[in-house]
Design a protein around this ligand. Sequence first.
Ligand code: HEC
Length: 240
Amino acid sequence: MKAFNLKTLGAGLLLVGAGIASSPSALAGGGHGCGEYTEADGTKITLECSTAPIDLTNKGSLQRGATMFMNYCVGCHSAQYVRHSRIAKDLDIPPELMEKYLMVSAKQIGDHVTAGIDPELQKSWFGAQPPDLSLETRLRGDDWVYTYLLSFYEDPSRPWGSNNLVLANAAMPHVLHNLQKELGEEEYKARIGDLVNFMAWMAEPVRHDRKIYGAFVILFLLILLIPVYLLNKEFWKDVK
Ligand code: HEC
């Protein structure tokens, strides 16, 4: 009875710690299917998600990603839960540079990131409203977003001349087409990696810290186990 109690307690504590440390986005993507498509000869292909190079400690990558996002995405998409000032502060971007180069739609650095073009107007152009991207990587998973951005292809039958393997008949045009041609495949992939890294940061700015807290929580619980074990021993000493 006694040993059982302690074991369940230990296991319970570890589970709590692991729960805090694990990331919800780690559960999505990564080897899972990222859409299906049919080849010309009729064979069905399931597209595997590619693994996004997420590293929230890499400030250079996050800064490049922020630059990409502000220059290429905010025209159409908003990111309503994040303020320009928070991006500048957390990613070590000097506020003057943020204001000068990275504030596309906003007037004040404290403003949230809003779409440059009215979403309603866009709906009439594209047939679908571009969704807010603040939490996109948590909704779809880092790897899905990464694979989606790498899966545009030319398709003359579509209104904008492009289509997407992950999201068939996507209403979004391949807005990075010119950049892809200019940079070449390797460099382009690296830039998309930076972009998704930034989007992962934006979806959960404390994700990196949370993992560190998780490790501390587990360590704390393990240390707590020692006095709890000794107390347990002490209490049962006289009963037996
Ligand atoms: C010209 C306007 C436009 C620009 C610029 C644009 N998008 Fe989109 N985007 C759209 C539209 C419209 C959709 C809706 C697609 C659909 O539902 O078929 C969309 C959908 C998406 C989706 C899929 C959302 C979902 O969960 O279904 C992602 C991810 C996305 N965009 C990311 C980006 C990123 C990152 C950039 C910057 C590189 C960007 N977009 C730039 C118009 C745009």
